[in-house]
Design a protein around this ligand. Structure first.
Ligand code: SF4
Ligand code: SF4
Length: 332
C-alpha cells in the first residue's frame, strides 16, 4: 500500500470541481489551500482552468514552500460531477424569499438567474426551490477528446469518475490513458454507490467493482488512489453528511485493493470526528466545504476587481482559516 509522506500528515486534496470554470475563484482557492498545505488540487480538464490553478499555486509556492500536484477530473460516462443548474427567473414570483440564492456556496444566483461560470453543479439550490423551478443539465468543460486534453495539459494525475456497472467504458478510458503515454504520478478512481439506479447497490458491489478496476490499472505501474465518494454532489453541507462517507469507509475500507484510500463526497469539518482514531483513511478530499468558508473573502476581492492575495491581511485570514480546517488531518 502506498504510504502518505509522513505518519503525522495525511494526504489532502482540494477539489475545485469538475464543472467549476470560475477561473478567478480557482486561482485564489489554489493559492489559499497551497499555502495551507494540500498535496493535490483537483480541477476540470480544461487548459484555462489548469492555468488558473497553476497561477494560484505559484503565488503560494514561493512563500509557503508547498507545491501540490494538479489532478484533472475525467469520467467514463454520464456523471453528476459534470453538471450545472439553471432556472428561468421570469417564472419566479416576486415575493419569493429566494432560498436558492441563500444556499448557493459560490454566490452564483441573483435576480437574473444562475451565472453559468460560477455554478459548479453542487445541487444545493435544486432542492431549495419550493416551486421546483431549478433543473440540472450536463456540462463537460473539456471540449477536446481525452488524448488531446492530456497532451495539452500534461497533468500530474488523473481522476477517473466511474460507476459500478461501467467496466467497459472504464477500460476504454484506461486504454486512452495508456496510448497517450502521459506520464502520471498517480491515478485516482472515484466511485460511490449510485442512489438513483433501480436496483440498490451495496458496498460489496462497490468493492467488487474497484477490484475489477485494479486488475486493469495494475499493469500501468502507477500509484493508485481509491476515492470513496460517499455522497457525491448531494448539495448537503450539514455536518452529519459525512456519516455516509465514513460508514462506507468503515464497511469496505480494509478490503480495498492496494493503493491510497481517500474519502470524498460529503466530507467536511466534522468528518474526522466521526472516524475512529484507530481506523483512519490515508487521505481526504474537500470540495464544497473547503470552498464555502473562503467564498465571502474571495467575493469581496472580486467585487473590487482584485485577487484575494492583493489584500495581504484578508489573504492571511483566509490561509489561517484553511489551516484550521485542515488541522485534524495534518495532525492525525
Ligand atoms: S447552489 Fe450549486 S448548483 Fe446551484 S447555482 Fe450554486 S453552485 Fe450551482
Ligand atoms: S427559490 Fe425558486 S422561485 Fe424562488 S427565486 Fe429561487 S428559483 Fe425562483
Amino acid at each position: 500500500m502506498i504510504k502518505t509522506k509522513n505518519k503525522k500528515d495525511k494526504w489532502i486534496k482540494l477539489i475545485c470541481g469538475a464543472s467549476n470554470e470560475d477561473v478567478i475563484s480557482i486561482e485564489d482557492l489554489c493559492a489559499i489551500y497551497t499555502a495551507a498545505g494540500v498535496d493535490y488540487i483537483d480541477v476540470a480538464a480544461e487548459e484555462s482552468i489548469v492555468n488558473a490553478a497553476k497561477k494560484g499555486i505559484k503565488w503560494a509556492k514561493e512563500s509557503f514552500k508547498n507545491s501540490p500536484g494538479i489532478m484533472i477530473s475525467i469520467s467514463d460516462g454520464d456523471d453528476i460531477h459534470f453538471r450545472k443548474a439553471k432556472f428561468d427567473p421570469l417564472k419566479c414570483p416576486s415575493n419569493c424569499p429566494r432560498p436558492c440564492e441563500k444556499v448557493c456556496p459560490t454566490f452564483a444566483i441573483d435576480n437574473s438567474g444562475i451565472k453559468e461560470s460560477k455554478c459548479y453543479g453542487c445541487g444545493r439550490c435544486i432542492n431549495s426551490c419550493p416551486l421546483n423551478l431549478i433543473n440540472e443539465y450536463k456540462y463537460n468543460l473539456s471540449k477536446n477528446d481525452l488524448a488531446s486534453t492530456l497532451q495539452k495539459i500534461k497533468p500530474d494525475a488523473v481522476e477517473i469518475h466511474t460507476e459500478i456497472n461501467r467496466i467497459d467504458s472504464f477500460t476504454k478510458v484506461v486504454n486512452t490513458l495508456k496510448s497517450s503515454k502521459t506520464k502520471l504520478d498517480r491515478i485516482s478512481v472515484s466511485c460511490g454507490l449510485n442512489q438513483s439506479v433501480r436496483k440498490s447497490q451495496e458496498p460489496e458491489d462497490l468493492l467488487k467493482a474497484l477490484w475489477e478496476r485494479y486488475k486493469i490499472l495494475n499493469e500501468l505501474n502507477i500509484p493508485l488512489i481509491w476515492q470513496l465518494d460517499g455522497r457525491p454532489m448531494s448539495g448537503d453541507l450539514s455536518p452529519t453528511t459525512s456519516r455516509d462517507t465514513v460508514n462506507l469507509f468503515e464497511r469496505i475500507g480494509s478490503d480495498l485493493p492496494p493503493g491510497l484510500i481517500q474519502l470524498a463526497g460529503g466530507t467536511n469539518e466534522k468528518t474526522h470526528e466521526f472516524l475512529k482514531s484507530t481506523n483512519l483513511p490515508d487521505g481526504i478530499a474537500f470540495g464544497s466545504s473547503a470552498r464555502k468558508i473562503m467564498q465571502p473573502l474571495i467575493e469581496f476581492a472580486h467585487k473590487n476587481n482584485k485577487r484575494l492575495y492583493d489584500y495581504p491581511e484578508r489573504m492571511a485570514l483566509a490561509i489561517k482559516k484553511a489551516k484550521k480546517f485542515l488541522e485534524p488531518w495534518k495532525m492525525s
